[in-house]
Design a binder for this molecule. Structure first.
Ligand code: 5GP
Length: 202
């Protein structure tokens, strides 16, 4: 996997990463999004094949066995994984693909693809995070507590990322995210070919 760019976005549930990504992708329409396969039940408003493919535990375990996943994790009792083939296709064609995965997924991907760019979305405070999670109204109090615990675990691992975006003001956070992607495109590691091409024309 060397030609294209793999971008990882993580952040605790309630950090607003979905909204940031949705808005940022309007400004970056050429970036592909990796659809994860997951075993958690579909929530209200979710659409099969949009962000997730909802599959059975048996099917997921078969994907693990057949080495069809780039990475996977068990998050609060459910499997979440990144199918390998679509990511490889985009990267081999020189494109960019975003993986919205958790901190364990980031660690596993970085071990395989060292050049992956990783961005962590932080809520401005734990209090704001709790208010956002409670305000959703889709999960039970017990599940919200589990998500809070998972969120603290994830935020402690934000130091392992290349960039942090604080989601205090949504518009600013979207702008920051787009800026990171655009600056990364100008990174020397990605411009070496261009330097050679320019010099060859002298
Ligand atoms: P949710 O249930 O709120 O949709 O997602 C729970 C967590 O799983 C989020 O942190 C999300 O980023 C993460 N996640 C979603 N897809 C994947 C995946 O394919 N792999 C891993 N490791 N985490 C994922």
């Amino acid at each position: 996997m060397s030609k294209g760019r793999l971008v990882i976005i993580s952040g605790p549930s309630g950090s607003g990463k979905d909204t940031i990504l949705k808005e940022a992708l309007k400004a970056l329409p050429e970036i592909k999004f990796s659809i994860s396969s997951i075993t958690r039940p579909m929530r209200e408003g979710e659409v099969e094949g949009e962000k997730y493919n909802f599959i059975s535990k048996e099917k997921f375990e078969e994907m693990i066995k057949n080495d069809m996943l780039l990475e996977y994790n068990n998050y609060i009792g459910n499997y979440y994984g990144t199918p390998k083939a679509p990511v490889e296709k985009v990267i081999n064609e020189g494109g960019e693909i975003i993986l919205e995965i958790d901190v364990n997924g980031q660690k596993n991907v970085k071990e395989k693809v060292d050049s992956a760019l990783s961005i962590f979305i932080m809520p401005p405070s734990v209090e704001v995070l709790r208010t956002r999670l409670t305000g959703r109204g889709t999960d039970s109090a017990e599940f919200i507590e589990k998500r809070m615990k998972a969120a603290l675990y994830e935020m402690e691992r934000a130091k392992n990322y290349d960039y942090i975006v604080i989601n205090d003001d949504l518009e600013q956070a979207v702008q920051d995210f787009v800026t990171i992607i655009k600056a990364d495109r100008l990174n020397i590691q990605r411009q070496n070919n261009i330097i050679d091409e320019v010099l060859e024309k002298c």
